[in-house]
Write a new protein. Structure first.
Ligand SMILES: [Zn+2]
Length: 322
């Protein structure tokens, strides 16, 4: 696993009162301590971890998302603590996802597991009725850091540093360690439930070359039912799916662990029918591209859930028709 942790803020100590609790504890510092402890837990369990900042420096929201994307992170987790003016009693956990609820189902999985981990670790006396929140509630186009994220992403607001008692807890490394452990357990449970992935296997480079005399070549593993008459030039896109579980070879690993009716393929936003096949070794998904598909680049979104209801990590693909 490659996990990019993004401690919020930094490089802002000279700004009077900026993101500080009632006695002046800085959010940027608590965010960084939590990120460093969380990194230690993750590295000890075998993950590759990158922090967007490991020091008290300024980075733009876009730069932070870019660090995760360029590195090829599987997950991008932003770590924050919350603030509210004039309501010192407020203190609860929220975890934020980008956009509309269906934008990237994988983001909701990540957010939910992080939230559960924080609930168990911090055990704040109050919970909010809907702890997973869309960033559209705060800003018209959402949070820049989540909007810019190209990989599975969520943003934690673990507790409120404007609550005087919570501020005093958040200045203590032991409390930051406890929060980091909660986030670690949340991530560990998420990974244990299997992280689904997909790759395009046909055409391997994602590039179709149109042929008008007969059907495009395909690998032998595609069913004979997919073989088309020589007069039709149909473009067939094929994916190999990974449920994130079978690779462990546990008892029953040959059984299907993908919920077939959660599979959805959209090309340029248009839903297309698909065929799903599991031979006990691998999962194959084939999609006929529409006959009227234009030459050029096209975007493909593939969604599915494994038996633990985890959605595919990175659902976007590019194909090209020539
Ligand atoms: Zn913040």
């Amino acid at each position: 696993m490659k996990i990019c942790l993004n401690p919020g803020h930094g490089g802002d100590a000279d700004q009077r009162g900026f993101k500080r609790g009632p006695t002046g504890v800085r959010e940027a510092e608590m965010n960084l301590r939590v990120a460093q402890y969380l990194r230690d837990f993750l590295v000890a369990s075998g993950a590759d971890v990158k922090l967007t900042r490991d020091d008290d420096v300024f980075l733009s929201y876009e730069q932070r998302a870019e660090i995760a994307g360029n590195w090829g992170a599987d997950l991008f987790v932003s770590l924050h603590h919350n603030a509210i003016d004039g309501k010192p009693e407020v203190n609860y956990t929220t975890v934020w996802y980008h956009g509309e609820v269906g934008y990237r189902p994988g983001n909701l999985d990540l957010a939910r597991f992080l939230c559960d981990g924080l609930y168990d670790a911090l055990a704040l006396p109050r919970i909010t009725d809907v702890p997973l929140k869309s960033d559209l509630l705060m800003r018209k186009t959402g949070f820049a850091v989540l909007r810019s994220a190209t990989v599975t992403a969520a943003l934690c607001e673990s507790s409120f540093f404007t609550n005087p008692e919570e501020e005093q807890r958040l200045r203590q490394p032991e409390y930051n360690l406890r929060e980091a452990h909660g986030l670690f357990i949340g991530l560990a449970k998420y990974v244990a439930a299997g992280l689904p992935r997909a790759v395009i296997v046909e055409p391997a480079d994602g590039v179709f070359v149109r042929r008008h005399d007969h059907a495009v070549d395909r690998g032998d593993w595609i069913d004979s039912e997919n073989t088309l008459s020589a007069s039709v030039s149909r473009l067939v896109l094929a994916f190999e799916l990974d449920d994130g579980l079978r690779c462990r070879k546990a008892w029953g690993h040959e059984r299907n662990m993908i919920i077939a009716n959660t599979i959805a393929v959209h090309v340029d936003g248009r839903a297309l029918p698909h065929r799903f096949k599991d031979d006990g070794q691998r999962y194959l998904l084939t999609v006929d591209l529409p006959d009227d598909i234009l030459s050029g680049d096209h975007s493909v979104e593939l969604q599915f859930q494994n038996m633990n209801k985890n959605s595919v990590l990175n659902p976007l693909f590019k194909i090209s028709v020539r």
